[in-house]
Design a protein around this ligand. Structure first.
Ligand code: ATR
Length: 280
């Protein structure tokens, strides 16, 4: 029987998950496996997610705008999905029930460990630009990894407050936009989770002068691979890590759960996804 997995989104044509998972399916010789895109309108998302088995799927990834819907549609969750109230990976458990998981924060941390060997979250405060879904996953993961303080800098203060309250972050500080420069003092990590820096958008214009030279700078935007923020940070002497690896690493736990093989994130896979980005 074919083991089918899908990525559910709306729109979903842009999703690079099929490239990643089908590369691994071929590489590890997983027989009778298939990973496809499933475009599902918001009205139909909860029903589709609950009915995955009926549609012939053993699991799924969930992307925008359905991550919160997926959380609400499922009765079982892993600890991270329960904390974030958002699901990006669905697996079928041994008893046939579906479990919603969230691997976004795992992907973020694994990318830093992979590209910046020796990096540790407990070296100093982390500054997060943005307070959307990605910022939530990253803040929770950094706290779990031992970051001593998490400073949230966002244009809309109410969203920062909701993030800190809903995640029950124990060591968070909300920083108003104009004070962002001060938040960089003594920081060990700066991460951009806003859409600023994406192709066609303006760049993050935060002055990095107060950021210690030892601080790592990373961005979850990966089109372009080197955002304006990363370029400025690199030129100022910071170690930088681009955001493509977060996408690749977040896929690892799902693949392992569905197919029983823990896949490697390799340079070959990076090149494959980069070629797809370049072709678009
Ligand atoms: P995701 O779920 O992918 O993290 P999101 O929830 O849409 O995406 O969040 C986008 C983030 O980028 C938000 O923090 C948003 O700031 P607001 O909460 O103030 O809306 C931030 N963002 C988007 N455009 C921005 C801009 N022009 N200037 C500053 N922040 C911006």
């Amino acid at each position: 029987m074919t083991r089918k997995v899908c990525v559910i989104g709306w729109p979903v044509a842009h999703s690079r998950s099929p490239i990643i998972h089908n590369h691994w399916i071929a590489k590890y010789g997983i027989e009778d496996a298939e990973y496809v895109r499933l475009a599902v309108e918001p009205e139909g998302a909860a029903h589709t997610i609950r009915n995955l088995a009926g549609l012939g799927f053993i699991g799924a990834n969930v992307t925008v705008p359905h991550k919160e819907t997926a959380f609400a549609a499922l009765e079982r969750h892993d600890a991270m999905a329960a904390r974030l109230k958002a699901v990006n990976t669905i697996v079928t458990l041994a008893d046939g029930t579906l479990e919603g998981r969230n691997t976004d924060g795992y992907g973020f941390i694994a990318n830093l460990k992979d590209r910046a060997p020796g990096w540790r979250a407990d070296k100093g405060p982390a500054v997060i630009l943005g307070a959307g879904g990605a910022a939530r996953a990253i803040a929770a993961a950094l706290e779990d990894e031992g970051a001593p303080e998490i400073r949230i800098v966002n244009r809309t203060r109410a969203r920062s407050e909701a993030l800190v309250a809903e995640l029950r972050l124990f060591s968070a500080r909300i920083v108003a936009g104009p004070d962002a420069v001060k938040a960089l003092k003594e920081a060990a990590l700066l991460v951009n989770t806003t859409t600023l820096g994406m192709k066609g958008e303006s760049d993050v214009d935060l002055d990095l002068g107060k950021l210690p030279k030892s601080a790592l700078v990373t961005d979850i935007v990966y089109t372009p691979l080197e955002t304006g923020l990363l370029r400025r940070a690199r030129e100022a002497g910071h170690q930088v890590v681009d955001g493509l690896g977060m996408l690749l690493h977040q896929a690892v736990p799902g693949f392992e759960a569905w197919f029983g093989v823990r896949p490697d994130v390799t340079e070959e896979l990076r090149e494959l996804v980069l070629a797809d980005i370049a072709g678009k």
